[in-house]
Ligand binder design. Structure first.
Ligand code: SF4
Length: 238
């Protein structure tokens, strides 16, 4: 495929995305270097494999074994499964949400319900697949009736997301929603003001953005998350 065809293909993908959101005009200027998904992004991420991958996969398995049948906080009482996280151990990009919902609890996989579809679509629009990124939550067990995780629960589960982050050592983390952003940035500023800028968690740049469940209720804010995603792609390419 020549570069012109590739650019047209990338532009079409970006425009389809905005069309899905109900935009008749593009809210931002797009170009191949401006964050529109490119096949270059895909191949760059795919290049990250080899010696580290096996070690990281082993370390993640060991951590999962260590969590075992965890009873460190009250969320253990109502869960069906611990949702450890999934994706590439060698991922350059990691998504961190707040906690599993009903479907995630049943399947023991993160972001597989309706909000998961929104996240999967965002990942795909970024030119990546779920298998190329890593997805986890700050609490690994479902809060009852999908309530917000409590401070003590995030504190009890905190060492696990810390260790996952250290093992994977991604180039960028995207914190999805208020609670993940609060845990990872330490800031209590509302997510609407926190998003759009990089912070740091364990030496890794963190971009807070809206939670996919919020975007389902407020689809007009999807373009803000898309702007955040563009910044993330630029940072990964550095
Ligand atoms: S949420 Fe985390 S700390 Fe609490 S029981 Fe589940 S795995 Fe353990």
């Amino acid at each position: 495929m020549d570069s012109k065809t590739e650019i047209i293909k990338d532009l079409r993908k970006a425009m389809e995305f905005y069309q899905e959101l109900g935009f008749e005009h593009l809210p931002v200027k797009l170009s191949g270097t401006d964050g529109a998904p490119t096949s270059a992004t895909r191949s760059k991420v795919s290049e990250r494999s080899g010696v580290y991958t096996a070690d990281k996969a082993k370390a993640l398995k060991e951590l999962q074994k260590e969590i075992g049948d965890c009873r460190r906080c009250g969320l253990s009482k109502g869960r069906a499964n611990i949702v450890f996280g999934e994706g590439s151990p060698d991922a350059e990009l990691m998504f961190v949400g707040e906690g599993p919902g009903r479907e995630e609890d049943i399947q023991a996989r993160p972001f597989v319900g309706d909000a998961g579809k929104v996240l999967t679509s965002l990942i795909s629009r970024m030119g990546l697949s779920r298998e190329e990124v890593y997805i986890a939550n700050v609490v690994k067990c479902r809060p009852p009736s999908n309530r917000n995780p409590e401070e003590d629960e995030m504190e009890a589960c905190g060492p696990f997301i810390e260790r996952q982050t250290d093992i994977i050592s991604p180039k960028v983390i995207v914190a999805l929603g208020r609670f993940a952003a609060r845990r990872l940035t330490g800031s209590r500023i509302p997510i609407s003001r926190l998003r759009g800028k990089f912070y740091e968690y364990r030496g890794i740049p963190v971009m807070p953005t809206f939670h996919p469940a919020y975007l389902m209720r407020n689809p007009r804010d999807k373009w803000l998350t898309w702007e955040d995603a563009q910044q993330v792609l630029k940072r990964i390419k550095k």
